[in-house]
Design a protein around this ligand. Structure first.
Ligand code: AG3
Length: 279
């Protein structure tokens, strides 16, 4: 019998991936969690039936969320990561010996547990002594923070279900307050491609524009997310993502990424005409 995983991307489009076997299926207090193994994409994690990451293409998403702000901000010491229970963002962050502390605030302890067991390739950074994991709603956590972080990375699910609060005006206002005077916030910003998704993407961007003096979008190609064309938000109190890019300094770290380069960084902020028109 053939086994396939399908995620509907619109009412009329689905992405289907052939599966060898299902490694895990469970229901937490917050969501349904599944892990599959597939011939094309390796192991992959879905939450409530939505693709979160695959072994084959997760490097694109995680490198783009972490190395873009780290190549701009000259002095990242304290980082807040919201969501990201699979550990992929933290894995990239701990490669920087200049980072002193990382708070990861994930609402669902079961996601972390399941990823530790079935997706060890993303969780390698979670035991780094600089990392504190807190199981709490990111929205509530960040309300209590003031002038505490150089960088906030919001690695959420889509803007409905458990992740919904992480796309609100209130949340972005709290992030602004939680950052130092030269802080940066990066968030996963959904896709601009399908009509059904455009309004939510525009709303998110408008809220960030209202909350930060500088707000830009950048893009990457992520084959397993709807349309494959994915956006990230770069919101900042001081640094400009291109004018303040510290190219030589970042390259001197010799981190050798598989997707991110400082040349690609520059290109990623130049958006297609149809996306520019939406903003
Ligand atoms: N964060 C979720 C990205 C959104 C995917 N949406 C979808 N498949 N409909 C990914 C978490 C990886 N650390």
């Amino acid at each position: 019998m053939e086994l396939w995983f399908s995620e509907p991307h619109t009412k009329n489009v689905k992405l289907s991936i052939r599966v060898n076997r299902q490694l895990y299926s469970g229901e937490s207090e917050f969501q349904r969690i599944d892990v599959f193994e597939s011939p094309e994409f390796g192991r992959f994690l879905t939450l409530d039936g939505y693709m979160m990451l695959t072994e084959k293409d997760e490097f694109i998403y995680h490198e783009m969320m972490v190395h873009v702000p780290l190549a701009v901000h000259p002095n990242v010491k304290n980082v807040l990561v919201i969501g990201a229970g699979d550990g992929g963002v933290v894995r990239e962050l701990v490669r920087y010996d200049t980072i002193e502390h990382i708070d990861m605030v994930e609402i669902d302890p079961m996601v972390v547990q399941v990823c530790r067991e079935y997706l060890p390739f993303t969780t390698t950074g979670l035991d780094d002594p600089r990392v504190s994991i807190r199981y709490e709603d990111g929205l509530k956590f960040v309300r209590r923070c003031e002038d505490a972080y150089d960088l906030i990375i919001v690695d959420s699910t889509d803007p409905f279900g458990p992740g919904e609060g992480l796309f609100t005006k209130e949340f972005y206002g709290s992030c602004y307050k939680a950052l130092h005077a030269d802080g940066i916030m990066v968030n996963q910003h959904e896709s601009p491609f399908y009509d059904e998704d455009v309004a939510a993407m525009q709303r998110t961007h408008a809220r960030i524009v209202q909350s930060f003096p500088l707000s830009r979008l950048y893009q990457a190609h992520i084959p397993t997310y709807p349309s494959g064309h994915w956006l990230f938000g770069f919101a900042s109190k001081k640094y400009h993502p291109l004018r303040d890019l510290r190219e030589a300094e970042w390259n001197a770290r010799r981190l050798s990424c598989r997707y991110y380069t400082t040349t690609l960084h520059k290109g990623a902020f130049y958006l297609p005409a149809y996306v520019e028109e939406m903003l």
